[in-house]
Every structure is written in structure tokens, then in C-alpha cells.
Design a protein around this ligand. Structure first.
Ligand code: AHR
Length: 502
């Protein structure tokens, strides 16, 4: 058994948690919308055609904000195709995913669905095939109260009240050669700036995110962010980050090193945007929107990306997650929490079927993928502020990230519920870790609750026939004394420990 030590102090706070950190993503891609959240033919469909079995699972998962409608899809999307009477909406070729888009589901359906799910909507504007003019039109359509052509058009579509969408993405992954109408940093920086100006002139209360690099391995990572920020700095609030965790060598140690790379990526993106601030002698700080993140390495073949014949709602990117992926997602959530001073918004990509936390069958069941569980627990329990976790932990060596801590921890204090909650990952493949913890500046501990995601088989998925194979289990592997606790966490386990001082 290995040992670790944790010290927490009520006064040492990283940041209050912005609850938008627990967002997710719905793209018109494969079966995320069609036969995912929307399937009028399904037995559980409500009057809007939304699957209520999926809605129930989404409410349980607890995402706070939902990004829509893409993704790569966004860069070829005409928002006008998706509003108004359904029978008049055109079918279009979606060049991003080689599919046919029927437009049966569009912006108003998405907003209605978000309201039913209790989730804040986040919309993207197309800066691929389109530009500032359509972007400001969409803000007017959604957010202007009335008395103009587009706000009255919304009313005529049955939506009297403005949608009040606050968070907007200025395009998607515009540096990627796969993107419809890829742009250079200078081209994108100019387009995003002009779109941002007119969007905020229509509604000054909105917040805007500029595209960062599609991922950290892009050859222009760093210089892209710098140049885009030089253009957009005065007009945007967020810089976006995307990262998908891969496992090329099927090696859990290297796979979990994604946690450390994600942490570096966040600090690098913040540093680059702060360099632009420094050059301008500006005290403004651009916040980070980690608006696509997840495990994605199995469903990555050509057939997973595209199917012939322009199908409607094909099976694309249908990653089946296992226990190891759930541990990885749990580790990534810890990283997001520990960077809560800069990351104010993040979206698990995606919600249903397409690299999704939830899986469905058309006309059939819906169930929780393994990664559902750590996300749900963090979204449910991470309220309040993230504490600085002072930790002494055994270390491991990785090829991907060098020396890394074997125990990864984030601690959250929520005085209203008189609780401190720890999220922990023991990524050691063979050693149990015994943790001695002390809480300074808190009343004596009275009780605790422990939950754990672990198992014997790292490759264990949840399936339609065995939907709860991977699920959190309560445990009692802890003890309390005054302001101290001990916790024993087995190898390859992700834990939540809630400590109550009343
Ligand atoms: O989430 C799947 C795809 O991954 C998105 O469409 C794109 O933005 C990213 O490359």
C-alpha cells in the first residue's frame, strides 16, 4: 500500500465554480439529434417529438449548459432552414458528415428541449460558409423582444418571448483543414471580430467565445491563439479549447496522462491570451471555454466518420465507453475543477450516441454509458468553491507527460451544505493508496459519504442488455477524527468523498 497526504484550508480557494463547467454538446451529427434526443416515432416521445426516456436521463446527468448545433456541422449550416413550419423546411446535404439534414429539428426545437431539460442553451454562429450578417440576424431572431422583421418572424413561429441566449460560439474549429471554409488566423480573427461587434450591438448582454486551435497538437497551436486574440481581444469573453483523449497503445498509464496534458493545455491557452493582454497593458482576462472534451479513440475509422449514400441520422462516432474511459472522464473533471479560475465553461462532447454519455436504440431503450457516472456525480456535487489541494502523493513516470501524480484530487467547499467534497482518482494500476487528510479552518467533521467507480475489468462497457455493469458503489473505506480523515482507495478507482461538518 502507498501513502498520500492532503491538506485543505478553508481560506485557500482557487475559485468559485462557474456551474457552466458542467455543460455538454448536441450536434447535428449521426444520431445525436435524430433518434437521440428527438424521435417522434418513439413510444416515449412527447408532443414535441422529444424522447422522454432520454430527457429523464439528461435530467439525471445534470448538464448545466448545452452547445448546439455543432461542431463541424455548424460551418455549413443555414439557421433559417431550421425555423418555421416543418413542412416548408428544406432537406440539405451536410458536407461535414456526408449526411442528409432534414431540418425537422432546429433552433426553436432546441431551445424548447433545453427549457424542458432545465439547461441553458449555448448557440454557435456559422463563420464558415457565412459571416457577420447571418450571425447578427440569428441574435436578433433569438434575443430581440419584437417589432423588427426577425424578432416578429420568431413570434410568428410561435415564440413570443425572446429566447435570451447568453452564450455564443463564433464558429467552430476554424483552423482545421476538415472544416467547411477553413480560415487562416488572420481571416478568422477579422471575421470573428466583425461578427462579435454586430452581435453585441444587437444584444450587449451576450458573451462570446472565439475559436482556439482544434486541438493542442495542431501545428499552429499557440500562434493561432495569439493572432486570433490580437484581433478579437476587445470583443470576446472566452477562448475555446477542444481535446479528445486517445489511447493509441491501449495502455492505461499513458491514457491517463491525458489528464496532465489537459492541465498543461489549459495553462498554455491562458498564458497565450494573457500575453496579448500584457502587450496591450490590459487588465482584462479572457476566460476559457473547454467546449469539446471527451474520450474518443475507438469509433475513429473512415466508416465511423462517413457512410455512403447521404443517409439521415446514420450511426457515426458511436463510441462504446468502458470502465477505463469512465476513470479518464473522472480524471478530466478533476482537472477542469482545479482550473476553475480560468475555465468558466466546458462541454462534454457529446450528449447522446455520438461519443455520448447516453446511448439509445431507435424505437428501443436508452441507457447510461460508463462515462455518465463521474459526470453526473461531479455536476451534482461540485457546488461552491474549489479549494487549493495541498497534496503529497506517490508519482509515476509516463512517456506522454513525464512524471505525474498517481493520486489526482480536487476538493470543493460548499458552506451552504456544510460540506467539503473530494473527487479523487487513483491511477496506479497496482497499488492501493491510503490518504491522510486534514481540514484547517473548518468545524470538526461529523459524518461522511463515499462513492466509487471501479471494477475488475477495465474494458467493461455498459450495454443495452447490461446497462448497469459499471455504476458507482457506496463504500465505507474512510474514517473521521475531529478535523482529519483517512481514505483508502484501491488501484484504478475514481472516488467521491463528501465530508460533512454538521
Ligand atoms: O464532436 C465531434 C467533432 O469533433 C465536432 O464536430 C468537431 O468540432 C470536432 O472535431
Amino acid at each position: 500500500m502507498k501513502k498520500a497526504r492532503i491538506i485543505l484550508d478553508a481560506d485557500f480557494i482557487i475559485s468559485e465554480i462557474d456551474r457552466r463547467l458542467f455543460g455538454a454538446f448536441v450536434e447535428h451529427l449521426g444520431r445525436c439529434v435524430y433518434s437521440g434526443i428527438y424521435e417522434p416515432e418513439h413510444a416515449s416521445a412527447d408532443k414535441h417529438g422529444f424522447r422522454s426516456d432520454v430527457l429523464d436521463l439528461v435530467r439525471e446527468l445534470g448538464p448545466t449548459i448545452m452547445r448546439y448545433p455543432g461542431g463541424n456541422f455548424l460551418s455549413g449550416y443555414n439557421w433559417e432552414d431550421g425555423v418555421g413550419p416543418v413542412e416548408s423546411r428544406p432537406s440539405r446535404l451536410d458536407l461535414a458528415w456526408a449526411s442528409t439534414e432534414t431540418n425537422r429539428f432546429g433552433t426553436n426545437e432546441f431551445i424548447t428541449w433545453c427549457r424542458l431539460a432545465g439547461i441553458e442553451p449555448m448557440l454557435g454562429v456559422n463563420l464558415g460558409t457565412r459571416g457577420p450578417d447571418e450571425a447578427r440576424d440569428l441574435v436578433e431572431y433569438c434575443n430581440h423582444p419584437g417589432g423588427t422583421r426577425l424578432s416578429d418572424l420568431r413570434k410568428s413561429h410561435g415564440y413570443d418571448w425572446p429566447h435570451g441566449v447568453k452564450f455564443w460560439c463564433l464558429g467552430n474549429e476554424m483552423d482545421g483543414p476538415w472544416q467547411i471554409c477553413q480560415k487562416t488566423a488572420a481571416e478568422y480573427g477579422r471575421a470573428a471580430t466583425e461578427a462579435a461587434k454586430v452581435m453585441k450591438w444587437v444584444d450587449p448582454s451576450i458573451q462570446l467565445a472565439a475559436c482556439g486551435s482544434s486541438h493542442r497538437a495542431m501545428p499552429t497551436f499557440g500562434s493561432w491563439e495569439y493572432e486570433v486574440m490580437e484581433h478579437t481581444f476587445d470583443h470576446v469573453d472566452f477562448l475555446s479549447l477542444h481535446m479528445y483523449f486517445t489511447n493509441p497503445h491501449n495502455d492505461s498509464t499513458e491514457f491517463f496522462a491525458n489528464i496532465d496534458i489537459m492541465d498543461r493545455f489549459i495553462k498554455e491557452a491562458a498564458a497565450v491570451s494573457d500575453a496579448v493582454a500584457a502587450k496591450r497593458r490590459s487588465s482584462k482576462r479572457i476566460m476559457l471555454s473547454f467546449d469539446e472534451w471527451n474520450v474518443w479513440y475507438k469509433a475513429r475509422s473512415e466508416a465511423d466518420h462517413q457512410q455512403p449514400g447521404w443517409p439521415i441520422g446514420p450511426r457515426l462516432l458511436e463510441e462504446v465507453y468502458d470502465l477505463m474511459d469512465a476513470l479518464m472522464v473522472g480524471g478530466a473533471l478533476i482537472t477542469l475543477l482545479n482550473n476553475a479560475d480560468r475555465v468558466k465553461c466546458a462541454c462534454l462532447a457529446q450528449l447522446v450516441n455520438v461519443i455520448g454519455a447516453i446511448k439509445t436504440e431507435p424505437r428501443g431503450p436508452a441507457w447510461r454509458q460508463t462515462i455518465f457516472h463521474p459526470f453526473k456525480l461531479v455536476a451534482e456535487l461540485a457546488h461552491g468553491s474549489v479549494l487549493l489541494t495541498k497534496i503529497e502523493t506517490p508519482k509515476a513516470n509516463t512517456k506522454t507527460a513525464g512524471e505525474v501524480p498517481e493520486l489526482v484530487v480536487s476538493s470543493v467547499s460548499h458552506p451552504e451544505s456544510q460540506a467539503v467534497t473530494l473527487f479523487l482518482l487513483n491511477r496506479s494500476p497496482e497499488s492501493e493508496i491510503e490518504i491522510d487528510g486534514v481540514l484547517r479552518g473548518f468545524p470538526a467533521l461529523q459524518k461522511a459519504n463515499g462513492q466509487r467507480v471501479t471494477g475488475k475489468n477495465l474494458q467493461q462497457p455498459n450495454t443495452a442488455s447490461d446497462p448497469d455493469a459499471v455504476a458507482p458503489q457506496a463504500h465505507q473505506d474512510f474514517s473521521l477524527r475531529d478535523d482529519s480523515f483517512t481514505l483508502r482507495i484501491p488501484p484504478l478507482a475514481w472516488d467521491v468523498l463528501t465530508l460533512n461538518y454538521t
